[in-house]
Design a protein around this ligand. Structure first.
Ligand SMILES: [Zn+2]
Length: 251
């Protein structure tokens, strides 16, 4: 009996592990869905979020799956669930958790976009590139939705953009914004830590009261992710710039 229980537990754990590395799709609000795939980060499966919007004209995807085995499953799930095809994909910076599927999506007839700077950095870093580019802040209109690509300045990377959906006050922050679930700035190998805070202020001023904020990684239940990222940057600054010991005044 005991062995049987142990086997059941082992099977359950194995199932959870497989599930954790699968494609997850969660309805956010209205026609918006957050999808999550997993990839190895520091030896452990780590989640990465993207977003898609279902419109009358087709589905718009923000960022591609990080897990290369999930490009087609994402497209299949979208078609099965909504009976619509993906028509447009916008990548928010050059790292592969945003761009890995761009060439694949293009091969499936999806129009892929990024900023010019992102495309240039993709080429320099041998990442997949978007077919089309936009020079500066751009508004796409698809099926009655306004989709605003906005560059707040350097932060997580030199080229990170965010996407704003005015009607639903939804801010897709990508990796420029950290989830309130994490106390870490994550991968800062290509970050500009001196500029990031100011860029966040700019974003905060531009879209002051979002109802939803979607970070590139981990949970999105709080709309305070922008302020949270500012806090993490301050904390990081303090940790890396310890105060010099104050000279004691003799009394
Ligand atoms: Zn990322």
């Amino acid at each position: 009996m005991k062995t049987k229980n142990l086997i059941t537990i082992a099977l359950l754990l194995a199932f959870c592990h497989i599930r954790a590395q699968n494609l997850q799709i969660s309805k956010l609000t209205g026609d918006f869905y957050v999808y999550t795939t997993y990839n190895d980060y520091k030896g452990k499966p780590f989640p990465s979020n993207g977003l898609y919007l279902v419109t009358d004209q087709g589905v718009v995807i923000i960022d591609t799956p990080w897990d290369k085995s999930k490009f087609q499953p994402l497209l299949d799930s979208i078609e099965k669930k909504h009976h619509k095809k993906a028509i447009l994909c916008i990548a928010t910076h050059y790292h592969d958790d945003r761009t890995a599927g761009l060439a694949y999506f293009k091969s499936k007839g999806i129009k892929t976009y990024s900023s010019e700077l992102t495309k240039k950095l993709c080429r320099e870093h041998q990442e997949k590139e978007a077919e089309f580019t936009f020079k500066s802040d751009t508004v796409f209109t698809v099926g009655g939705y306004k989709i605003e690509a906005f560059y707040p300045g350097e932060g997580h990377t030199r080229d990170n953009i965010v996407v704003w959906f005015e009607k639903d006050r939804l801010l897709y922050g990508g990796c420029f914004v950290k989830s309130t679930e994490t106390a870490s700035l994550g991968n800062i190998a290509d970050a500009n830590l001196d500029a990031w805070g100011e860029s966040l202020q700019k974003l905060y001023k531009k879209y002051p009261k979002p109802t939803y904020v979607i970070p590139g990684h981990l949970g999105w239940t709080s709309n305070k992710a922008v302020v949270h990222t500012v806090k993490l940057l301050r904390q990081h600054y303090k940790e890396t710039h310890p105060e010099p010991e104050r000279t004691r005044h003799q009394e």
